[in-house]
Design a protein around this ligand. Structure first.
Ligand SMILES: Cc1ncc(COP(=O)(O)O)c(C=O)c1O
Length: 373
């Protein structure tokens, strides 16, 4: 398999555990095992009883029941649990796509959403979005670029890295296009639930369309990346069976303690998501006024959901060089757009963590000392 290095993950491997201030992470503030167990009476004893044998390959019925509860048209047999969203992406692309299939991918995007398909021998077309259009997906463009060999449309909404969220009308039109051309729709919904206005939340694609595959995970909205629990939800049995069979060659089954803790977190999702949304909204207000104060340096399209955004750098300088200097001088990690195979003018900020105000203050002090406009 000729797969390229995951540029963003290699960048995090270099900095994540030694840069003092992470101002570009994509997840929400996490919890300790003790804090999670404290949310439900008897949960600690339950964990002690957790059996450490092999688990059911598709995910425990308890966990799949909780996950199915996030959807309306999905039951537990439509859920396939994986080791994070990442394994689900890898397995979907490998199990469902054949060399020569054409794949249309929302761009810029999380690298595995296109790289795994490319490595599987697929032909890729990037469905490009631009800051000047508020990162909006153009449905007319999509229709014009569907080919006889197109098999899948890959969309990520709420979007990494821009925080873009399509309207419900646009989502409906997208589904009509996919249905009309009999295409699979792989909808990465890992930030679903982090909409700042509840009325902006999109229905899950798997509820609306029989050939959609909705991707979910415990890492982002719930802040529990260390559980490594993700899933797909789909009513397409062929896709489900192909992925279930492929999983026998990746992880076979999931970690029993992680499944137990993920089911607990989903039972307590109200409190967890409310806390995470509060942190993200508080931090976003700080970012809005920061970018307002620094309009000469940055362009800013406020996100609609999630805990990341993708501002532009107006200085006559490469973003790579800017980010390298910020981390060297101020200890603040930003993520250059080049790590998305995008341009050298944008960078990702993340604002899901509690210590984000401190990191932002550091960045502001750096600007005041180092940048003359
Ligand atoms: C859009 C998107 N999809 C999938 C993933 C993978 O999630 P996980 O690392 O929890 O498997 C990420 C992680 O950053 C992501 O941002």
């Amino acid at each position: 398999m000729n797969i390229q290095p995951f540029t963003l993950e290699r960048y995090f491997a270099q900095y994540e555990f030694n840069a003092p201030y992470l101002l570009c992470t994509s997840d929400c503030e996490s919890l300790t095992v003790g804090e999670l167990l404290a949310l439900e009476p008897g949960a600690a004893e339950g964990l002690q009883q957790c059996w450490l044998g092999y688990t059911e390959s598709q995910g425990s019925p308890e966990l799949r029941t909780e996950i199915a509860g996030l959807y309306h048209q999905i039951d537990l047999d439509d859920i396939l649990v994986h080791a994070g969203a990442e394994e689900a992406i890898f397995n979907f692309m490998n199990a469902v796509l054949d060399p020569g299939d054409h794949v249309i991918v929302h761009s810029p995007c999380y690298q595995s959403l296109y790289e795994v398909a490319r490595a599987a021998g697929c032909q890729l077309t990037r469905w490009a979005t631009a800051e000047a259009e508020d990162w909006t997906l153009d449905l007319a463009w999509l229709e014009q670029h569907i080919q006889p060999n197109t098999k899948v449309i890959v969309v990520n909404c709420p979007h990494n890295p821009t925080g873009y969220l399509m309207s419900q009308d646009a989502q409906q039109q997208l589904i009509e296009i996919a249905r009309c051309h009999n295409l699979l729709l792989f909808f990465d919904e890992v930030y679903r639930g982090l909409e700042y206005r509840p009325e902006d939340q999109l229905p899950a694609a798997c509820d609306l369309y029989e050939n959609a595959i909705s991707l979910g995970v415990m890492s982002k909205t719930y802040g529990l990346a260390g559980l490594r629990i993700g899933w797909i939800a789909t009513r397409n049995r062929e896709v489900y069976q192909a992925m279930a069979a492929f999983k026998d060659y990746t992880t076979i089954c999931n970690s029993a303690p992680s499944e137990y803790l993920a089911a607990l977190a989903l039972r307590q999702k109200g409190a967890i998501v409310e806390r995470n949304l509060e942190i993200a909204k508080h931090n976003l207000a700080l970012l809005n006024s920061f970018f307002d104060r620094h309009q000469a340096i940055f362009s800013w399209v406020p996100p609609k959901a999630g805990a990341i955004a993708f501002p532009g750098l107006k200085l006559n300088q490469s973003v790579e060089a800017f980010c390298a200097d910020v981390v060297a001088q101020a200890g603040v990690l930003l993520l250059p757009g080049t790590k998305y195979d995008f341009d050298d003018r944008h960078f990702r900020v993340g604002f899901g963590r509690k210590n984000m105000p401190e990191a932002l203050a550091r960045l502001e002090a750096y600007l005041e000392e180092q940048i003359v406009v």
